[in-house]
Design a protein around this ligand. Structure first.
Ligand code: NBP
Length: 471
């Protein structure tokens, strides 16, 4: 029988199933395979899959035979070793010129390694970040592909078709060679961590010092969602705050244990900042805040032993709410500025030419950090593709300056109340540090020279110097 499928897809957990349905809805025949056959059967028998151009296969040879040449196969299996195992099983069955796409959340160094090894065998490997979770995969994700541009073949048209659309523009881009797509997806996730932590801190301020009810908080987030903060995460936060637990009648969010999970991509983003000599303090603060939250038992004990300030009374709620909106926006700008700066640093090291305006553009739809203000980020990088830091763009510089009095008041409020605001305060410190022509690092250099003869530079002469501090 002649091969029928335009593309193959391996891995029918939540992401793979939804992606297969999306591909089929866009008129492409997709052959599917999953390690355990029950999942494949259950999927193709489901009402969603029935009647769509989805071809089930039950072994890899059958899958490969079902796909038109040169074959293109998307892997949506668990990130890590399963991807290597899957590639090893496929290699004897596919041929030079075939395209393998890893659509999972791979660590970008793994993608660089796999791309290089497969290129030697003539296999075109495309490491692709796909963001948007289940809903995005089904209705249009944001897609960040990495690999040789001419290797994408018909996969590019399929990605273009299945990605989210904003103003008729597809949220798909070819980001750069080898690991560039997965790197940018990882930084997306880092920014997502920061965005979520900032929103959580805003909720803590509204609930604690401002003492608002859940319905009041819901309305505030809903009203913020009509302004510059308009974004998916603000929108779902309003929905979450409006929901009650059917069992107890209490606000749903208050019956959920305050212990946040993480799968690692936020930590990878922080490590990348360190590896490339860049800095992402707000993303780091968000990762660490999740880790601290996980120490629930210790925190419960410490709450009875470690003192803090008494909560102040008589706060002007309206002022707190208005200042919080500005502080949230300004902090969010800093988190994005950090994410884009880390991307620049990594790109310089790996020889990637990143189109940051395009990256901002494809994050406007489909992905978790989709937000109205990404239009301004796109415009900033269109004005100046070599902008060293997003905060220096005139639009954002003005926004940060306008926001800073409110932003400082909010961080001060947290300090006075003993309410931890690691993301808000790290963002403000990033802003203040970046705009400081002088920093106290001269003293650090002196200390390093004192105890380790590490030498220092002078402000008035070229060269490196050492002082005998004992004299
Ligand atoms: P999971 O990450 O939960 O992986 C489950 C899939 O991997 C199943 O199809 C499973 O097959 C398969 N698999 C495993 Br586990 N080990 C395998 C192996 N050694 N060989 C072949 N297949 C193997 O699925 P997911 O949540 O759909 O995510 C898929 C990818 O997309 C991951 O990389 C994930 O990080 C990424 N991602 C997920 C989301 C999300 O919202 N869930 C969002 C964005 C990206 P089985 O059925 O036989 O066990």
């Amino acid at each position: 029988m002649e091969p029928q499928a335009d593309i193959g897809l391996i891995g029918l957990a939540v992401m793979g199933q939804n992606l297969a349905l999306n591909i089929a809805d866009n008129g492409h025949r997709v052959a599917v395979f999953n390690r355990s056959a029950e999942r494949t059967r259950a999927f193709v028998d489901s009402p969603e899959a029935k009647g769509r151009p989805i071809i089930p296969t039950y072994d890899l040879a059958e899958l490969v035979k079902a796909i038109k040449k040169p074959r293109a196969i998307i892997m949506m299996v668990k990130a890590g070793d399963p991807v290597d195992q899957q590639i090893d099983q496929l290699l004897p069955l596919i041929e030079p010129g075939d395209i393998l796409v890893d659509g999972g959340n791979a660590l970008y160094q793994d993608t660089i390694r796999r791309e290089s090894a497969l290129r030697q065998q003539g296999i075109r490997f495309i490491g692709t970040g796909i963001s948007g979770g289940e809903e995005g995969a089904r209705n249009g994700p944001s897609i960040m592909a990495g690999g040789e541009a001419d290797a994408l073949g018909r996969v590019a048209q399929i990605f273009e078709a299945i990605a989210a659309k904003v103003d008729d523009e597809s949220c798909y881009a070819h980001i750069g060679s080898d690991g560039a797509g997965h790197f940018v997806k990882m930084m997306h996730n880092g920014i997502e961590y920061a965005d979520m932590q900032l929103i959580a801190e805003a909720y803590a301020l509204l609930k604690g010092p401002a003492a608002l009810s859940h319905l009041e908080m819901r309305d505030i987030f809903a009203s913020w969602n009509k302004g510059e903060l308009d974004s998916y995460l603000i929108e779902i936060t309003a929905d979450i705050l409006g929901k009650n637990d059917p069992e107890t009648g209490r606000p749903m969010v208050e019956v959920i244990l305050d212990r946040a999970g993480q799968k690692g991509t936020g930590g990878w983003a922080v490590r990348a900042a360190l590896d490339y000599g860049s800095t992402a303090p707000t993303i780091a603060a968000a990762v660490e805040a999740r880790t601290l939250s996980s120490m629930k038992t210790e925190r419960v004990t410490a709450a009875t032993r470690l003192g803090g300030p008494d909560p102040s009374q008589g706060l002007d709620h309206r002022t707190v709410i208005d200042q919080l909106e500005l502080a949230l926006l300004a902090s969010k700008v800093c988190a994005y500025a950090q994410g884009f700066a880390v991307m620049d640093a990594a790109a310089a090291e790996h020889g990637w030419t990143l189109n940051k305006a395009e990256i901002a553009s494809i994050w406007r739809g489909g992905c978790i950090i989709r937000a109205r203000f990404l239009r301004h980020i796109r415009a900033a990088y269109q004005r100046d593709p070599k902008l060293p830091n997003l905060m220096l763009d005139p639009y954002f510089a003005e926004l940060l300056e306008r926001a800073q009095p409110a932003w400082r008041n909010i961080v001060t409020l947290g300090l006075q109340q003993g309410l931890p605001l690691p993301a808000f305060s790290s963002a403000l410190a990033y802003y203040d540090g970046y705009r400081s022509a002088t920093l106290p690092a001269n003293l650090i250099q002196a200390q390093r020279d004192y105890f380790g003869a590490h030498t220092y530079e002078r402000i008035d002469q070229e060269g490196t110097f050492h002082t005998d501090w004992s004299e």
